[in-house]
Design a protein around this ligand. Structure first.
Ligand code: FAD
Length: 459
């Protein structure tokens, strides 16, 4: 433990979420002496309030749908109801096992885990409960929180994803404010659990960061599932009563529901942590860095959701690893943000990597595009999903974007990200053998088509 005079480390990390703990593990692996300061639970948002618990809910939703649809495949099962206590027990069990594993990992790498709220009190020092931890390098990794809109107060029946993960019953009717990843995933789960769901999104499409073709396919699929949405209309206000909420939009429409989920994005958790006082350049609460994740203050780095860009756990992991290696002098290659894969785990899933068609046209002018329909893919037929794999290629050049929609299609993003990040040509991928019958074949088929030799698709 550090005395009042402080203790010296190679790296002091403020925040033990995806970015912070990945940095700690890699730095320790490289022989550096590391202190990791965490005020709540090691693992952060992703493990305790984000990726993992939401995906457990999504799996429960999948099982519910499978029971409902069982007759279609000749299995006699009946769907009775959702037992939220059982769902939560399963979800919490998954989180608890992973949490235990992570604690063991951090301990075994000899990272000093400091429990408590830290504050940057000098450019090389984090103070926790009066104790000072000084490092040759400091890594800021304090993560993010659920944002709201001006004047929209969270409380009662107006909730964020944190409360949504703790519900002890399935609401009859929900309005989801925000059609981004988090909003769409909760909408998908609640619909499968039996709720009436309406999404309100101010932009013209759901998952607006995705290729427009993917957004439109998701909208079609949601319409078919009976998930309602209002696009291109702004939220006006909400009134709470004892029994519910009345949500009004600027176009005059109102919706009554049991709950309003506010899923309008995540803000950087950087207030009152001493960052500004130490002269770190910030922009609307985000910590600005160069491409090597160094702030303007010598020796201070930043990773994860506090750095402007995609707020994703795997981006945080990679940035954490990058900073550890950079500090150790390994000169890692800069992370290409456009090469970071994205998956929305709704039903159907939306997955992508690289540039959208629109962005690729902006950048390269001339591009070639192919859309392979999952209707021609055996495995997709078997599991009863529709969707597509869309490829965007620089004219006569490499594949620069892969966009996919369909149940379980997120698992295919692994190969897709190799293709884009290794700048593969369609001909390179077309020559590789894709196992049959898998959804992975759809990627192979799309590349065959783009290479001018379609097999199970029309040219
Ligand atoms: C509902 C939901 C679903 C998500 N699903 C996915 C998904 O499927 N895939 C995906 O890639 N991403 C997902 N995300 C995003 C992902 O969780 C974040 O991108 C990721 O957690 C960011 O990691 P981070 O290390 O920057 O911050 P965080 O994970 O937020 O960790 C920051 C840590 O710092 C600690 N901290 C903050 N201030 C202090 C202080 N003063 N002293 C000590 N400790 C402090 C916090 O307690 C926290 O543990 C989801 C997020 C949410 C909310």
């Amino acid at each position: 433990m550090a005395g009042a005079a402080g203790q010296e480390y190679d790296v002091v990390i403020l925040g033990g979420g995806s970015g912070g703990y990945a940095c700690a593990l890699r730095a320790a692996e490289l022989g550096l002496k590391v202190a990791l300061v965490e005020k709540d639970l090691l693992g952060g948002t992703c493990l305790h309030r984000g990726c993992i618990p939401t995906k457990a809910l999504i799996h429960a939703a999948e099982v519910a749908d499978a029971a409902r649809d069982s007759e279609a495949v000749g299995v006699r099962a009946t769907f009775e109801s959702i037992d939220m206590a059982g769902v939560n027990k399963y979800k919490d069990g998954v989180v608890a096992r992973l949490y235990k594993g992570l604690q063991g990992l951090v301990k075994s790498r000899k990272v000093e885990l400091v429990a408590g709220a830290g504050r940057l009190v000098a450019k090389d020092t984090v103070e926790v409960d009066g104790r000072r931890y000084t490092g040759k390098h400091v890594v800021l990794a304090s993560g993010s929180y659920s944002r709201s809109l001006p004047g929209l107060e969270i409380g009662g029946r107006v909730i964020t994803s944190e409360q949504a993960l703790q519900l002890d019953s399935v609401p009859d009717r929900v309005v989801v404010l925000g059609g981004g990843v988090i909003g769409v995933e909760f909408a998908s789960v609640w619909k499968s659990f039996g709720a009436d769901v309406t999404i309100v999104e101010a932009l013209p499409h759901l998952v607006p960061l995705e290729d427009e073709a993917s957004s439109k396919a998701l909208e079609r699929a949601f319409r078919k599932r009976g998930i309602a949405f209002s696009l291109g209309v702004r939220f006006k206000g909400v009134e709470q009563t004892d029994s519910g909420v009345v949500v009004s939009l600027e176009d005059g429409k109102t919706f009554e529901a049991d709950l309003l989920l506010v899923a309008v994005g995540r803000g950087p958790n950087t207030a009152n942590l001493g960052y500004e006082e130490q002269g770190i350049t910030m922009d609307r609460g985000f910590v600005l860095t160069d491409e090597r994740l160094r702030t303007n203050v010598e020796g201070v780095h930043a990773v994860g959701d506090i750095v402007p860009g995609l707020q994703l756990a795997h981006r945080g992991f990679q940035q954490g690893i990058f900073v550890a290696e950079d500090i150790a002098g390994l000169e890692p290659a800069v992370i290409d943000e456009t090469g970071i894969p994205k998956v929305t785990y709704s039903d159907p899933e939306v997955a992508s990597v690289g540039l959208t068609e629109a962005k690729a046209r902006e950048k390269f002018g001339d591009v070639e595009v192919v859309e392979y329909n999952l209707g021609g893919n055996g495995r997709s037929q078997i599991i009863g999903t529709t969707g597509f794999v869309k490829l965007v290629r620089q004219k006569d050049g490499p594949v620069v974007g892969v966009h996919m929609v369909g149940a379980r299609i997120g698992e295919q993003v692994g190969e897709a990200q190799l293709i884009v990040n290794w700048e593969a040509f369609p001909e390179d991928v077309a020559a590789l053998v894709h196992a049959h019958p898998t959804q992975n074949e759809a990627l192979g088929e799309a590349h065959l088509a783009l290479a001018g030799k379609p097999l199970h698709s029309h040219s």
